[in-house]
Design a protein around this ligand. Structure first.
Ligand SMILES: Cc1ncc(COP(=O)(O)O)c(C=O)c1O
Length: 446
């Protein structure tokens, strides 16, 4: 690395600023190794403690990670990138992209008619005093949550699920605190935890959600918060079952100080019942985002929870962003109320199920283990992610390497089924079988 990018500086602040600048300009790309502390200290004629301080500061802000003997490296998606697009490998023309984790754009409601209805009924401009959660939106959200058994007396809105999680973690935790997260789990959440200077503790997941022994171990290791994906867990498709919810509730009852965050992002798209943990601890929050069923550009999530937790999030927002635009709230309300949109979301849910289950069945037939109980992704364990990703690329498919989603979980691939048509399933399963079980190399003496 140092041959290509010369870190400069004589104080910890200057050294970390120099490295940050290298990351920002992509001279130090994701995964780049930083020099060992002692080598850089000798290079810059400073003490090792100065370099160690610079690395610690970068680590606490989520720009770099230190992994024992693998040294310190730039994180896969450090929170200083100028452009998000710079963080993803450039699209290779001719490849089918199953790496994005996007909902199927063909199955998202078209906003045109709803925006036209809003325009026709715009009313007078809203000022600062008119902002806040619209009572009619709160009422509709409460009814939708009550139907799923989630207590929703206290409610606020955030700019999506991840924004809600950031606000919750920021309101309850301090840098250095530990957060229990699913492993494998949502890459954006791992990046957020790193960016907030928090310590992730991985909790193993199976088809029924976070495993009880893993949550117990995370609690014993001092986790101050736990983030659980209710359904369509990313990347494995897990959904919290009734039995798992009951066991987790029992366990969490012994941890009254834990902040429990539930992320029900798939919501209307998940065709399995919700088994909420809401209320199992004194501090809890349940988030439901509009992104997956209605479109990621809507940037709106409903957040309910105990009185103190909701008041902290809403109160902090009041002295910052203020509120989620009432224009957006009215648009989302219009989508919720439109029976044609509800029918489209149902069709989307059925279509994701068909494609996911089709791929799982084809993989099972080929002797591959794969997971995807709900949602838009399938997780396929493979012995070697790099060679599997490369083999698939050669066969015309782009998939996401599991490294983005893992802490200690076994290697795997995440495959998003949204872009797949039924006819793609057989060739994709053939390519996956080939990529996951590459022919063993021939020895010279065979
Ligand atoms: C686990 C999980 N939660 C939430 C979301 C949606 O987040 P947001 O509401 O911030 O768009 C996603 C999107 O991929 C997700 O995978």
């Amino acid at each position: 690395m140092s041959a290509r990018y010369q870190v400069t500086g004589s104080t910890a602040v200057e050294i970390s600023a120099s490295i940050e600048s290298g990351i920002r300009t992509a001279a130090l790309p994701p995964g780049a190794a930083l020099p060992p502390v002692r080598a850089l200290a000798a290079d810059l004629a400073v003490s090792p403690a100065t370099v160690a301080r610079a690395y610690r500061e970068l680590r606490e802000r989520g720009l770099v990670a230190t992994a024992g003997r693998h040294g310190t490296r730039v994180r896969p998606r450090p929170p200083v990138a100028a452009r998000r697009s710079a963080l993803r490998p450039p699209p290779v023309s001719g490849l089918r992209d199953l790496s994005a984790g996007e909902p199927d754009a063909r199955l998202l409601p078209s906003l045109g008619p709803h925006l036209a209805a809003l325009a026709a009924d715009a009313g007078p401009p809203i000022g600062y005093t008119g902002g806040g959660v619209l009572p009619e939106l709160a009422e509709a959200a409460r009814a939708r949550l009550a139907a799923d058994g989630v207590p929703a007396a206290e409610l606020t809105l955030t700019g999506g699920a991840l924004d809600g999680i950031e606000r919750l973690l920021g309101a309850h935790l301090r840098p250095g605190d530990a957060v229990a997260v699913e492993d494998p789990g949502w890459a954006n959440l791992l990046d957020l935890v790193a960016a907030l200077g928090l310590r992730p503790i991985g909790v193993p997941v199976d088809d029924e959600g976070p495993m009880v022994a893993g949550v117990a171990a995370a609690l014993a290791a001092g986790a101050r918060a736990l983030v659980v994906t209710s359904r369509a867990q990313n990347p494995t498709g897990a959904a919290v079952s009734a039995a798992r919810a009951s066991a987790l509730r029992d366990l969490l009852a012994g941890s009254p100080d834990l902040l429990l965050i539930e992320d029900d992002h798939a919501a209307e798209l998940a065709r399995v019942p919700l088994h909420p943990l809401a209320g199992a601890t004194a501090s809890w929050a349940f988030l439901r985002s509009a992104s997956k069923p209605f479109g990621p550009d809507l940037r709106l999530a409903v957040l309910v929870g105990d009185e103190t937790t909701v008041a902290r999030v809403a109160g902090r927002a009041r002295v910052g962003a203020g509120w989620v635009s009432t224009v957006l709230q009215r648009l989302v309300l219009g989508l919720w109320r439109d029976p044609a949109v509800a029918a489209l979301v149902d069709r989307a849910a059925a279509s994701y199920d068909r494609r996911r289950e089709g791929l799982l069945a084809a993989l099972t037939e080929r002797g591959l283990r794969a997971y995807g109980r709900t949602g838009i992704n399938v997780w396929v364990p493979v012995p070697d992610e790099t060679s599997a990703v490369t083999a698939l690329r050669d066969a015309g498919w782009s998939v996401a390497p599991g490294a983005l989603y893992r802490i200690a979980a076994e290697p795997g691939l995440r495959i998003t089924v949204s872009p797949l048509d039924d006819a793609d399933i057989t060739p994709l399963a053939d390519a996956l079988a080939e990529a996951a079980h590459p022919p063993s190399p021939r020895g010279f003496t065979a």
